[in-house]
Design a protein around this ligand. Sequence first.
Ligand code: PGA
Length: 243
Amino acid sequence: MSNIKVIITKDYEELSEKAFEVMAEVLRNKPDAVLGLATGSTPIGLYQKMIEDCKNGGISYKKVKTVNLDEYVGLTPNNDQSYRYFMRHNLLDHIDIDLNNTNIENGVAADLPAECARYDALLSTLPRDVQVLGIGANGHIAFNEPGTPFDSQTHVVDLTENTIQMNARFFASEADVPRKALTMGLKGIMEAKKILILASGASKADAVFKTVRGEVTEEVPASILQNHPNCVLIADEEAASLL
Ligand code: PGA
């Protein structure tokens, strides 16, 4: 029996508004909340609403801490394709947060397994009040592709050929696309007190259906969310069309 609370919106704009309402409630109840953040195109509308609200004197992020899901291996924070850069550009540089309170895996660490262990230790000291997630068309969450064990912690992943090709458009050539990434594991994701997963567009409809109504299986990483006690999925009509 799925515990996931589903909110269906007419379009991406309304999805972003509803996501902001969920986020704002967390922050109003707890001004020093720990936020788990995600990259990808889907949360950008939510981040824009957070920026707009903060600039208009709304919620302050002075006491907030953040942890991100994943980072490419081999890209420095200043590389415009790194997820650190993405987060600064799309949110963190535009709200009143102290950047020292924002965390993401170090993709240029010399010892990657040690970096994963460091990140898990950090996560245990920063229990997340909410974790934002996007979802892949194959049901992946963060870089946890189908087949990732449900008990996985932060780990190094080899990107699939498909992901490398999909990402090539952002780089000068396919050879420049990172081959590896660091990602929070499924166990780490499930530790957040609340999960806010966002899905927009017809390409996500199958993954949304399997996440909410399908079998809980490692073949659909997001299906583990059915076991989370406080998970909200906001999908626009296209993404929710098979529900
Ligand atoms: P998207 O990516 O938000 O850019 O669709 C989501 C994901 O692949 O996790």
